[in-house]
Design a protein around this ligand. Structure first.
Ligand code: GAR
Length: 214
């Protein structure tokens, strides 16, 4: 029976509140089967990087601006290999990864998206834009989704979802805050633990479906 925790890299682009939720969940014992080994931001100066440093996690910026996707992803792969990463968690990572990159890590990349997929998702739906679209449509319920990442933007298998009621007089900013606090920060750590369990089980020779351990 392999006991080593699954080595996780968290990819971020900005504030890193979802990263913080993962750090807090690790401390609280929610992520029993994983270790936050590395944080990568594609944006220099991202708050996510200082959150990682404060938590004693190795962190680095690999800039995606001013270079090709190919060159960016080559650097990313090299670092992920160097750290022997087994699970990639996209936590507010706002650059779409190429199909080639995604195919290298089947069922080994998960993403948190701030809506109930299949609503308000896909290319162009990220950050506040998702909440603007939900409010413009007039939905009464929204939420967040954690899913596996495949070649289709926000199209991979759903792991967990949580709904949030849309209040009266909500703004995109207030809705984003509610969805983060009441959905994203709860389901991202839980889904991370579930996938770590799944990977651990596979490493021990027993392939399991994520739906069977929820
Ligand atoms: C979060 O709401 C996350 O769900 C969203 O960006 C925000 C990042 O916040 N991600 C997407 O829209 C991906 N399509 P954070 O940096 O504070 O975690």
């Amino acid at each position: 029976m392999l006991k080593d925790p699954i080595r996780i890299a968290v990819l971020c682009s900005g504030g890193g509140t979802n990263l913080q939720a993962l750090i807090d969940a690790k401390k609280a014992g929610v992520i029993k089967d994983g270790k936050l080994s590395l944080v990568i931001s594609n944006k220099a100066g991202a708050r996510a990087l200082s959150r990682a440093a404060e938590a004693g996690i190795d962190a680095m910026c690999i800039p995606s601006a001013g270079t090709t996707t190919e060159a960016f992803e080559k650097k990313l792969c090299d670092v992920l290999d160097e750290y022997k990463i087994e699970l990639i968690v996209l936590a507010g990572f706002l650059k779409v990864l190429s199909a080639d990159f995604v195919r290298r890590y089947p069922d080994r990349i998960i993403n948190v998206h701030p809506s109930l997929i299949p609503s308000f998702c896909g290319d162009g739906f990220y950050g506040l834009k998702v909440h603007e679209a939900a409010l413009n449509y007039g939905v009464k319920v929204t939420g967040a989704t954690v899913h596996f990442v495949n070649e289709i933007t926000d199209g991979g298998k759903i792991i967990l979802q949580k709904s949030v009621a849309v209040r009266k007089d909500e703004t995109p900013e207030s809705l984003q805050a509610h969805v983060m606090k009441n959905a994203e920060w709860i389901i991202l750590p839980r889904a991370t633990q579930l996938v770590c369990r799944m990977i651990k089980s596979e490493k021990n020779g027993k392939k399991i479906d994520i739906s069977d351990i929820q």
